[in-house]
Design a binder for this molecule. Structure first.
Ligand code: GDP
Ligand code: IMO
Ligand code: MG
Length: 433
């Protein structure tokens, strides 16, 4: 299998960074295809612990070419600071490339993001305030600045001359300080100089890798529930985390994606606002948060926690075209007497047959079934047989609900803490995918 997308199957923070880091040991290329530094992908390996925001999680393998892809939005000072952090840990950045077609998060984008949130009252999205929405909005409105523009000072000047008056009109309307043209232009040119050796047309290298059958990973940001089109709109991000976004964002046609790994936690978390039917407000929810260290990797906000949502997963499986699951954080459930799984939604006294849109999702009541806990540590498990019987039964149920086999079960944040089911168990692990 040469091209594998690794996508989030829930509300984000499923452990994509952890899975991509593991798979990168044998990958020739990793491409981040959408999103920006709203992402926080945690990687724990021999170099240390990292919360990567923009740098692809394959960076730790010196043989892996890492691409910040065309569908991303790049915050240059954030990326430069992150590169420094990674380099300081002894990691080579020689193979890091940035698409000239990616868009630039300019200083006014986070300001406008924060302003929108501040003025939204109880209609807040709960964004990361990294300027993601405003940057993608400008991209769609065709008033964005692209990374390649940073290398062409005169062209950039022309672009900014077009864009800044529009932005200043908006800022003036909100009584905010206006953008000064020359300092911004100079700043952009300086960012271009700092990144100049890495900004390239990435398509030729991607085409070559794919055509030569190299192992390419597409690293998703966030999860399908926050997808701009299919997520819980308007409580979504402004890009497409679902696999479709990988095609446009990376520049790889759908016919060339061989495999899609859907990364899902063994329970559910969400950070930010919006309907989250399985959310727990009781001591089980607090226990999931405490044991799972469920605090946002980017903003530090406590994550909302709940049981596994078997309705949402079916929706996510279809939209992502998942061919195999990576279930993470199984170990977090080690000490629960009972574990619940949402197997349906009730709305107005009826059982729903499909995952509903936001206004209905806000009103559903989850239907749970209860599974016995295993009350023993899975942290050292490395094979299917190492897992307690009750844990295997639970995983079977998740695979059945998803209609898809499980390939990986993660039992700790560190790279080796993984049960790999490559060669066996796939059929009886379920489903009909
Ligand atoms: P991502 O955004 O999808 O890459 O996920 P995050 O890094 O935001 O959140 C996942 C968190 O769970 C991180 O703190 C990881 O170190 C941690 N993690 C990943 N897999 C496991 C696991 O199997 N067990 C435990 N206990 N922690 C894990
Ligand atoms: P990773 O890649 C979890 C959430 C925000 C908010 C919504 C929109 O680590 O899974 P945005 O800043 O994108 O405009 O915010 O999306 N959000 C995330 N939640 N993990 C992330 O990234 C997130 N990136 C954004 O909390 O609800
Ligand atoms: Mg994260």
């Amino acid at each position: 299998m040469s091209v594998t997308a690794v996508v989030g199957g829930q509300w984000g923070d499923e452990g994509k960074g952890r899975v991509v880091d593991y798979l990168s040991q044998r990958a020739d290329m990793v491409i981040r295809y959408q999103g920006g530094d709203n992402a926080g992908h945690t990687v724990v390996n021999e170099f240390g612990t990292f919360k990567l925001h923009m740098v692809p999680s394959g960076i730790f393998n010196p043989q892996t070419v890492c691409v910040v892809g065309t569908g991303t939005v790049v915050n240059p000072p954030g990326l430069l600071a992150e590169m420094d952090t990674v380099a300081a840990a002894g990691v080579s950045l020689d193979n890091l490339w940035i698409s000239n077609r990616a868009h630039v998060v300019l200083p006014y984008h986070p300001r406008l993001d924060a302003l929108r949130e501040a003025r939204a009252g109880d209609k807040k999205i709960g964004t990361t305030k990294r300027g993601i929405g405003p940057t993608y909005a400008d991209k769609a409105a065709r008033i964005g600045v692209r990374v390649g523009d940073l290398l062409r000072p005169q062209y950039l000047r022309g672009r900014l001359e077009q864009v800044i008056p529009i932005k200043n009109q908006l800022l003036a309307h909100h009584d905010l300080p206006l953008i000064e043209f020359e300092p911004l232009w100079e700043q952009c040119v300086a960012w271009g100089k700092a990144l100049q050796h890495r900004i390239v047309d990435v398509l030729p290298m991607i085409q070559k890798a794919v055509t030569n059958g190299q192992r390419v990973l597409l690293e998703g940001q966030l999860g399908v529930m926050r997808d701009l089109d299919w997520g819980i709109y308007p409580y979504v991000t402004s890009s497409n985390p679902a696999t479709g976004g990988a095609c446009s964002g990376a520049g790889i046609p759908p016919t060339r994606i061989d495999e899609v790994i859907g990364v899902v936690k063994a329970y559910a978390t969400a950070v930010g606002a919006g309907p989250f039917p399985v959310e727990l407000f009781d001591e089980d929810g607090q226990k999931l948060r405490d044991v799972g260290h469920e605090y946002g990797a980017t903003t530090g906000r406590p994550r909302r926690c709940g049981w596994f949502d078997g309705v949402a997963i079916q929706y996510a499986m279809w939209l992502n075209g998942v061919t195999a699951l990576a279930i993470t954080k199984l170990d977090v459930l080690d000490d629960f007497d009972q574990i619940k799984v949402c197997v349906g939604y009730q709305l107005d006294g009826e059982r729903l047959r499909h995952f509903p849109d936001t206004p209905d999702l806000e009103r559903v009541t989850p239907v749970y079934e209860t599974w016995p806990g295993w009350k023993t540590s899975t942290r050292q498990a490395r094979t299917w047989d190492d897992l307690p019987k009750a844990a295997r039964n639970y995983l079977h149920r998740l695979a059945e609900l998803a209609g898809c086999p499980i390939r990986y079960v993660s039992v700790g944040p560190e790279r080796p803490a993984l049960v790999v089911l490559d060669t066996f168990g796939v059929q009886d692990l379920g489903g009909n995918a």
